[in-house]
Design a protein. Structure first.
Length: 383
Protein backbone atom coordinates (compact mmCIF):
# COMPACT_ATOMS: atom_id res chain seq x y z
CA UNK A 1 0.00 0.00 0.00
CA UNK A 2 1.31 3.46 -0.92
CA UNK A 3 1.99 6.00 1.82
CA UNK A 4 0.80 9.60 1.90
CA UNK A 5 1.59 12.29 4.45
CA UNK A 6 -1.11 14.93 4.61
CA UNK A 7 -0.63 18.13 6.61
CA UNK A 8 -3.96 19.33 7.98
CA UNK A 9 -6.52 16.95 9.50
CA UNK A 10 -9.36 19.44 9.28
CA UNK A 11 -12.58 19.10 7.33
CA UNK A 12 -11.01 19.70 3.89
CA UNK A 13 -8.14 17.33 4.67
CA UNK A 14 -10.39 14.51 5.80
CA UNK A 15 -13.44 15.31 3.68
CA UNK A 16 -11.72 15.86 0.35
CA UNK A 17 -8.00 15.07 0.11
CA UNK A 18 -8.33 12.04 2.37
CA UNK A 19 -11.22 10.65 0.33
CA UNK A 20 -9.28 10.87 -2.93
CA UNK A 21 -6.08 9.44 -1.46
CA UNK A 22 -7.93 6.54 0.13
CA UNK A 23 -9.69 5.78 -3.16
CA UNK A 24 -6.21 5.55 -4.71
CA UNK A 25 -5.09 2.91 -2.19
CA UNK A 26 -3.03 5.14 0.09
CA UNK A 27 -2.42 4.72 3.77
CA UNK A 28 -2.64 8.28 5.07
CA UNK A 29 -0.74 9.83 7.96
CA UNK A 30 -2.56 13.03 8.91
CA UNK A 31 -0.35 15.67 10.55
CA UNK A 32 -2.03 18.21 12.82
CA UNK A 33 -1.88 19.80 16.28
CA UNK A 34 -5.52 19.02 17.09
CA UNK A 35 -5.15 16.38 19.79
CA UNK A 36 -8.79 15.27 19.66
CA UNK A 37 -8.61 14.53 15.93
CA UNK A 38 -5.16 12.94 16.04
CA UNK A 39 -6.04 10.72 19.00
CA UNK A 40 -9.27 9.60 17.33
CA UNK A 41 -7.45 8.75 14.10
CA UNK A 42 -4.93 6.66 15.99
CA UNK A 43 -7.62 4.96 18.04
CA UNK A 44 -9.91 4.00 15.14
CA UNK A 45 -7.75 4.19 12.00
CA UNK A 46 -10.87 5.04 10.01
CA UNK A 47 -13.57 7.70 9.67
CA UNK A 48 -16.66 8.49 7.62
CA UNK A 49 -17.55 11.21 5.13
CA UNK A 50 -21.21 12.13 4.67
CA UNK A 51 -22.31 13.51 1.30
CA UNK A 52 -24.76 16.42 1.55
CA UNK A 53 -27.39 15.13 -0.86
CA UNK A 54 -30.57 13.05 -0.92
CA UNK A 55 -29.99 9.91 1.11
CA UNK A 56 -26.90 11.34 2.81
CA UNK A 57 -24.73 8.43 1.71
CA UNK A 58 -21.52 7.82 3.63
CA UNK A 59 -18.02 6.93 2.45
CA UNK A 60 -15.68 5.04 4.76
CA UNK A 61 -12.01 5.99 4.77
CA UNK A 62 -9.61 3.50 6.37
CA UNK A 63 -5.86 2.92 6.78
CA UNK A 64 -5.45 6.32 8.42
CA UNK A 65 -3.34 7.47 11.35
CA UNK A 66 -2.40 10.75 12.98
CA UNK A 67 0.79 12.51 14.02
CA UNK A 68 0.81 15.46 16.39
CA UNK A 69 3.54 17.64 14.90
CA UNK A 70 3.77 19.78 18.05
CA UNK A 71 4.46 16.74 20.26
CA UNK A 72 6.10 14.33 17.84
CA UNK A 73 8.01 16.23 15.13
CA UNK A 74 10.46 13.34 14.70
CA UNK A 75 7.56 11.09 13.65
CA UNK A 76 6.55 13.62 11.01
CA UNK A 77 10.09 13.72 9.64
CA UNK A 78 10.21 9.92 9.51
CA UNK A 79 6.84 9.76 7.74
CA UNK A 80 7.93 12.33 5.12
CA UNK A 81 11.11 10.32 4.53
CA UNK A 82 9.06 7.20 3.72
CA UNK A 83 6.16 8.83 1.84
CA UNK A 84 5.13 8.27 -1.76
CA UNK A 85 3.20 11.54 -1.83
CA UNK A 86 2.97 14.64 0.38
CA UNK A 87 -0.11 16.89 0.44
CA UNK A 88 -1.33 19.84 2.47
CA UNK A 89 -4.67 21.51 3.22
CA UNK A 90 -3.64 23.53 6.22
CA UNK A 91 -4.16 27.16 5.21
CA UNK A 92 -1.76 29.46 3.32
CA UNK A 93 -0.65 31.22 6.51
CA UNK A 94 0.40 27.93 8.12
CA UNK A 95 2.57 26.65 5.27
CA UNK A 96 5.74 28.37 6.55
CA UNK A 97 5.36 26.56 9.88
CA UNK A 98 5.48 23.07 8.34
CA UNK A 99 8.30 23.85 5.90
CA UNK A 100 11.11 22.85 8.27
CA UNK A 101 9.52 19.47 9.01
CA UNK A 102 9.21 18.76 5.29
CA UNK A 103 12.80 19.89 4.71
CA UNK A 104 14.08 17.62 7.50
CA UNK A 105 12.13 14.68 6.05
CA UNK A 106 13.61 15.31 2.61
CA UNK A 107 17.10 15.40 4.16
CA UNK A 108 16.48 11.94 5.62
CA UNK A 109 15.32 10.72 2.18
CA UNK A 110 18.61 11.91 0.71
CA UNK A 111 20.69 10.39 3.50
CA UNK A 112 18.97 7.03 3.05
CA UNK A 113 19.74 7.08 -0.66
CA UNK A 114 16.18 7.40 -1.93
CA UNK A 115 16.05 8.39 -5.58
CA UNK A 116 12.36 7.67 -6.16
CA UNK A 117 10.84 10.98 -7.25
CA UNK A 118 8.09 12.43 -5.06
CA UNK A 119 5.70 15.36 -5.44
CA UNK A 120 4.50 17.78 -2.77
CA UNK A 121 1.02 19.21 -3.43
CA UNK A 122 -0.15 22.25 -1.48
CA UNK A 123 -3.93 22.08 -1.85
CA UNK A 124 -4.66 25.58 -0.62
CA UNK A 125 -6.89 28.48 -1.62
CA UNK A 126 -4.05 30.43 -3.16
CA UNK A 127 -2.31 30.91 -6.48
CA UNK A 128 1.06 29.14 -6.61
CA UNK A 129 0.65 27.39 -3.25
CA UNK A 130 3.11 24.56 -3.87
CA UNK A 131 5.76 26.91 -5.21
CA UNK A 132 5.27 29.14 -2.16
CA UNK A 133 5.84 26.09 0.04
CA UNK A 134 8.95 25.19 -1.98
CA UNK A 135 10.41 28.63 -1.31
CA UNK A 136 9.78 28.12 2.42
CA UNK A 137 11.31 24.63 2.40
CA UNK A 138 14.40 25.96 0.60
CA UNK A 139 15.22 28.13 3.61
CA UNK A 140 16.10 24.98 5.56
CA UNK A 141 18.22 23.28 2.88
CA UNK A 142 21.96 23.47 2.29
CA UNK A 143 23.23 23.77 -1.27
CA UNK A 144 23.81 20.02 -1.42
CA UNK A 145 20.34 19.25 -0.04
CA UNK A 146 18.74 21.71 -2.43
CA UNK A 147 20.37 20.02 -5.42
CA UNK A 148 18.86 16.70 -4.30
CA UNK A 149 15.42 18.24 -3.80
CA UNK A 150 15.51 19.96 -7.18
CA UNK A 151 16.28 16.65 -8.84
CA UNK A 152 13.89 14.33 -7.02
CA UNK A 153 11.16 16.42 -5.36
CA UNK A 154 8.46 18.27 -7.30
CA UNK A 155 6.26 21.04 -6.01
CA UNK A 156 3.49 21.19 -8.64
CA UNK A 157 0.80 23.74 -7.94
CA UNK A 158 -2.74 22.52 -7.34
CA UNK A 159 -6.27 23.87 -7.34
CA UNK A 160 -8.95 22.29 -5.15
CA UNK A 161 -12.64 22.98 -4.92
CA UNK A 162 -15.18 21.51 -2.53
CA UNK A 163 -17.54 23.24 -0.11
CA UNK A 164 -17.09 21.93 3.41
CA UNK A 165 -19.13 24.05 5.85
CA UNK A 166 -18.29 24.65 9.48
CA UNK A 167 -19.73 21.79 11.50
CA UNK A 168 -19.68 19.96 14.80
CA UNK A 169 -20.60 16.35 15.42
CA UNK A 170 -20.60 13.95 18.34
CA UNK A 171 -18.11 11.95 16.27
CA UNK A 172 -15.07 14.26 15.92
CA UNK A 173 -13.96 12.53 12.72
CA UNK A 174 -17.25 12.66 10.80
CA UNK A 175 -17.23 15.33 8.11
CA UNK A 176 -20.08 16.46 5.84
CA UNK A 177 -19.16 17.64 2.34
CA UNK A 178 -20.97 18.65 -0.83
CA UNK A 179 -21.13 16.10 -3.69
CA UNK A 180 -19.06 18.25 -6.07
CA UNK A 181 -15.28 18.08 -5.93
CA UNK A 182 -12.49 19.18 -8.26
CA UNK A 183 -8.75 18.76 -7.83
CA UNK A 184 -6.43 19.98 -10.60
CA UNK A 185 -2.63 19.50 -10.60
CA UNK A 186 -0.10 21.01 -13.01
CA UNK A 187 2.06 18.46 -14.79
CA UNK A 188 4.90 20.81 -15.76
CA UNK A 189 6.36 20.86 -12.23
CA UNK A 190 5.81 17.17 -11.41
CA UNK A 191 8.90 15.09 -10.75
CA UNK A 192 6.95 11.84 -10.93
CA UNK A 193 4.56 12.46 -13.85
CA UNK A 194 3.77 8.76 -14.27
CA UNK A 195 2.25 8.72 -10.78
CA UNK A 196 -1.22 10.20 -11.20
CA UNK A 197 -4.28 9.91 -8.97
CA UNK A 198 -7.67 8.72 -10.18
CA UNK A 199 -10.20 11.49 -9.59
CA UNK A 200 -7.62 14.26 -10.11
CA UNK A 201 -7.41 16.35 -13.29
CA UNK A 202 -3.93 17.10 -14.66
CA UNK A 203 -3.06 20.15 -16.77
CA UNK A 204 0.21 21.44 -18.21
CA UNK A 205 -0.68 25.03 -17.29
CA UNK A 206 -2.63 25.30 -14.07
CA UNK A 207 -2.99 29.07 -13.81
CA UNK A 208 -6.19 29.36 -15.89
CA UNK A 209 -7.89 26.72 -13.75
CA UNK A 210 -6.71 28.25 -10.48
CA UNK A 211 -8.04 31.64 -11.52
CA UNK A 212 -11.28 30.10 -12.80
CA UNK A 213 -11.80 28.55 -9.37
CA UNK A 214 -10.63 31.48 -7.22
CA UNK A 215 -12.46 34.15 -9.20
CA UNK A 216 -15.62 32.06 -9.62
CA UNK A 217 -16.08 30.01 -6.45
CA UNK A 218 -14.22 32.19 -3.94
CA UNK A 219 -15.41 35.51 -5.36
CA UNK A 220 -18.92 34.16 -5.81
CA UNK A 221 -19.15 32.61 -2.36
CA UNK A 222 -17.88 35.77 -0.71
CA UNK A 223 -20.27 37.89 -2.79
CA UNK A 224 -23.16 35.77 -1.51
CA UNK A 225 -21.94 36.21 2.06
CA UNK A 226 -21.28 39.95 2.12
CA UNK A 227 -24.36 40.83 0.06
CA UNK A 228 -26.42 38.43 2.15
CA UNK A 229 -25.12 39.99 5.36
CA UNK A 230 -26.12 43.44 4.08
CA UNK A 231 -29.68 42.12 3.63
CA UNK A 232 -29.69 40.38 7.02
CA UNK A 233 -29.21 36.75 5.95
CA UNK A 234 -27.62 34.31 8.40
CA UNK A 235 -26.78 31.48 5.98
CA UNK A 236 -25.70 31.33 2.35
CA UNK A 237 -28.86 29.41 1.46
CA UNK A 238 -31.01 32.09 3.08
CA UNK A 239 -29.02 34.78 1.30
CA UNK A 240 -29.63 33.28 -2.13
CA UNK A 241 -33.36 33.01 -1.47
CA UNK A 242 -33.29 36.82 -1.62
CA UNK A 243 -33.62 37.85 -5.28
CA UNK A 244 -31.43 40.93 -4.78
CA UNK A 245 -28.58 38.78 -3.47
CA UNK A 246 -28.93 36.21 -6.22
CA UNK A 247 -28.99 38.88 -8.93
CA UNK A 248 -25.85 40.40 -7.44
CA UNK A 249 -24.11 37.01 -7.48
CA UNK A 250 -25.15 36.38 -11.08
CA UNK A 251 -23.95 39.82 -12.15
CA UNK A 252 -20.58 39.39 -10.40
CA UNK A 253 -20.08 36.00 -12.07
CA UNK A 254 -20.92 37.57 -15.44
CA UNK A 255 -18.12 40.10 -14.89
CA UNK A 256 -15.76 37.32 -13.81
CA UNK A 257 -16.75 35.38 -16.91
CA UNK A 258 -15.83 38.29 -19.18
CA UNK A 259 -12.39 38.47 -17.55
CA UNK A 260 -11.69 34.73 -17.77
CA UNK A 261 -12.72 34.61 -21.42
CA UNK A 262 -10.62 37.66 -22.32
CA UNK A 263 -7.61 36.40 -20.39
CA UNK A 264 -7.65 32.64 -20.93
CA UNK A 265 -10.03 32.08 -23.88
CA UNK A 266 -12.39 29.84 -21.95
CA UNK A 267 -15.46 28.85 -23.94
CA UNK A 268 -18.36 31.18 -23.06
CA UNK A 269 -21.02 28.46 -22.94
CA UNK A 270 -18.83 26.09 -20.90
CA UNK A 271 -17.97 28.83 -18.43
CA UNK A 272 -21.62 29.89 -18.10
CA UNK A 273 -22.55 26.27 -17.37
CA UNK A 274 -19.73 26.08 -14.79
CA UNK A 275 -21.10 29.20 -13.08
CA UNK A 276 -24.62 27.75 -13.06
CA UNK A 277 -23.22 24.70 -11.28
CA UNK A 278 -21.49 26.96 -8.74
CA UNK A 279 -24.75 28.75 -7.94
CA UNK A 280 -26.54 25.41 -7.54
CA UNK A 281 -23.78 24.30 -5.15
CA UNK A 282 -24.27 27.41 -3.02
CA UNK A 283 -28.03 26.64 -2.97
CA UNK A 284 -27.58 23.04 -1.77
CA UNK A 285 -30.34 22.64 0.86
CA UNK A 286 -28.32 20.00 2.72
CA UNK A 287 -25.48 22.41 3.47
CA UNK A 288 -25.92 24.97 6.23
CA UNK A 289 -23.10 27.39 5.61
CA UNK A 290 -23.10 30.40 7.91
CA UNK A 291 -22.58 33.83 6.41
CA UNK A 292 -20.13 34.66 9.21
CA UNK A 293 -17.92 31.69 8.24
CA UNK A 294 -17.72 32.64 4.57
CA UNK A 295 -17.36 36.38 5.32
CA UNK A 296 -14.68 36.06 8.01
CA UNK A 297 -11.37 37.95 7.66
CA UNK A 298 -12.69 40.75 5.42
CA UNK A 299 -9.36 42.61 5.37
CA UNK A 300 -7.61 39.57 3.90
CA UNK A 301 -10.36 39.19 1.32
CA UNK A 302 -9.86 42.82 0.27
CA UNK A 303 -6.19 42.16 -0.50
CA UNK A 304 -4.51 43.36 -3.69
CA UNK A 305 -4.33 39.87 -5.24
CA UNK A 306 -7.46 38.52 -3.60
CA UNK A 307 -10.89 37.56 -4.93
CA UNK A 308 -12.29 41.06 -5.49
CA UNK A 309 -9.50 43.56 -6.04
CA UNK A 310 -7.49 41.45 -8.47
CA UNK A 311 -10.36 40.83 -10.90
CA UNK A 312 -11.40 44.47 -10.60
CA UNK A 313 -7.86 45.57 -11.50
CA UNK A 314 -7.65 43.21 -14.43
CA UNK A 315 -11.12 44.09 -15.73
CA UNK A 316 -10.24 47.78 -15.56
CA UNK A 317 -6.99 47.15 -17.45
CA UNK A 318 -9.03 45.54 -20.24
CA UNK A 319 -11.74 48.19 -20.31
CA UNK A 320 -14.38 45.71 -19.12
CA UNK A 321 -17.26 46.26 -16.68
CA UNK A 322 -16.61 45.69 -12.96
CA UNK A 323 -19.48 47.71 -11.46
CA UNK A 324 -21.03 44.80 -9.56
CA UNK A 325 -17.69 43.74 -8.13
CA UNK A 326 -17.30 47.34 -6.93
CA UNK A 327 -20.69 47.12 -5.24
CA UNK A 328 -19.67 43.86 -3.53
CA UNK A 329 -16.52 45.56 -2.23
CA UNK A 330 -18.75 48.25 -0.76
CA UNK A 331 -20.70 45.52 1.06
CA UNK A 332 -17.40 44.22 2.46
CA UNK A 333 -16.54 47.65 3.86
CA UNK A 334 -19.99 47.77 5.49
CA UNK A 335 -19.73 44.25 6.92
CA UNK A 336 -19.70 43.97 10.70
CA UNK A 337 -19.14 40.93 12.90
CA UNK A 338 -18.38 41.57 16.56
CA UNK A 339 -16.69 38.14 16.79
CA UNK A 340 -14.36 38.67 13.83
CA UNK A 341 -11.08 40.39 14.67
CA UNK A 342 -10.55 41.71 11.14
CA UNK A 343 -14.10 43.03 10.92
CA UNK A 344 -13.58 44.96 14.13
CA UNK A 345 -10.21 46.23 12.90
CA UNK A 346 -11.71 47.37 9.60
CA UNK A 347 -14.56 49.24 11.28
CA UNK A 348 -12.10 50.87 13.68
CA UNK A 349 -9.97 52.07 10.75
CA UNK A 350 -13.05 53.48 9.03
CA UNK A 351 -14.02 55.34 12.20
CA UNK A 352 -10.56 56.87 12.66
CA UNK A 353 -9.20 57.54 9.17
CA UNK A 354 -10.46 59.01 5.87
CA UNK A 355 -12.27 56.43 3.76
CA UNK A 356 -9.89 56.64 0.79
CA UNK A 357 -6.88 56.19 3.06
CA UNK A 358 -8.41 53.03 4.53
CA UNK A 359 -9.20 51.70 1.06
CA UNK A 360 -5.61 52.25 -0.06
CA UNK A 361 -4.26 50.66 3.11
CA UNK A 362 -6.30 47.44 3.06
CA UNK A 363 -6.36 46.88 -0.72
CA UNK A 364 -2.80 47.92 -1.50
CA UNK A 365 -4.09 49.97 -4.44
CA UNK A 366 -2.17 52.99 -5.69
CA UNK A 367 -4.55 53.73 -8.57
CA UNK A 368 -6.22 56.85 -7.17
CA UNK A 369 -9.03 56.77 -9.70
CA UNK A 370 -9.95 53.23 -8.68
CA UNK A 371 -9.68 54.09 -4.98
CA UNK A 372 -12.12 56.93 -5.57
CA UNK A 373 -14.49 54.60 -7.45
CA UNK A 374 -14.50 52.21 -4.49
CA UNK A 375 -15.03 55.09 -2.05
CA UNK A 376 -17.99 56.36 -4.10
CA UNK A 377 -19.48 52.86 -4.10
CA UNK A 378 -19.12 52.62 -0.31
CA UNK A 379 -20.72 56.04 0.16
CA UNK A 380 -23.68 55.14 -2.05
CA UNK A 381 -24.65 52.43 0.45
CA UNK A 382 -24.86 55.07 3.14
CA UNK A 383 -27.31 57.24 1.24
Amino acid sequence: MKKAVHFGAGNIGRGFIGEVLAANDFAIAFVDVNETIIDALNSRHSYEIEIAEDGKRRIAVSHVSGINNAKNPADVIAAVAEADLITTAIGPNILPFIAELIAEGLKVRQESGKTQAIDVLACENMIGGSQFLYEEVKKYLSEDRLAYVDEYVGFPNAAVDRIVPAQTHEDPLLVVVEPFKEWVVETSRMKNPSFKLEGVHYEEDLEPFIERKLFSVNSGHATSAYTGAYYGAKTILEALQNNDVKRQLQAVLAEIRSLLIAKWQFDDADLAAYHDVIISRFENPYIVDDVVRVARTPIRKLGYDERFIRPIRELKDRGLDYSHLLQTVAYVFHYQDANDEQSLELQQLLAQEPLEDVIAKVTGLSDQALITEIADSVKRLEQ
